[in-house]
Design a binder for this molecule. Sequence first.
Ligand code: NI
Length: 226
Amino acid sequence: MLIQIPEVLSQEEVVQFRQELDAADWVDGRVTAGYQSARVKDNVQLPETSPVAISLGRRIVQALERNPLFISAALPAKIFPPLFNRYNGGHSFGNHVDNSIRRVPATGEQIRTDLSMTLFLSSPEEYDGGELIIDDMYGAHSVKLPAGHMVLYPSTSLHRVLPVTRGSRVSSFFWLQSMVRQDSHRSLLLNLDVAIQKIGRDVPEHPSLLDLTGLYHNLLREWATV
Ligand code: NI
């Protein structure tokens, strides 16, 4: 399931983020790549220990924790501290699958990557190319979102970033471990949650709301590992 989360950051926040990021020290993106992905990765990123990355990353996580669609779709258990990358001058990232287990540098905590996220920090007009292409059973999906918007997709997916042939593509990328490991289970829970909320808005006194909410929680209890 590939989900767009609009307006994770406001346009004012995006401008602030970009000012801090443009002034930061960038390094070769291969520092966080696994053996296989290092062969196809060509971009720059902020070091995981960069104070700018740590402070902006915290702001992203705080914004997500207030975002009902994100919480409902991801059911997050542990969120990896967001990282930041930049592609320009023909940079690209070839086909790869993200590493399955990530260790948080500051704490040593291990996170299983169930969902991968890209939060766009450049507007699509600022650069040519740079589409994130995600393969799933229905084919290849091209993702290029407005600044401040985020895409959430299963970390099991093969994906790539096409070469940036003009301008700069700045984004934040990170992963999370979900309370519900299986993508198909998360999809069912999201669909049920959206339907319950719709009935709650349209017919707030409907007696079946209680039954459906109970069903949602009992399914979550069945599938969650916390
Ligand atoms: Ni990746």
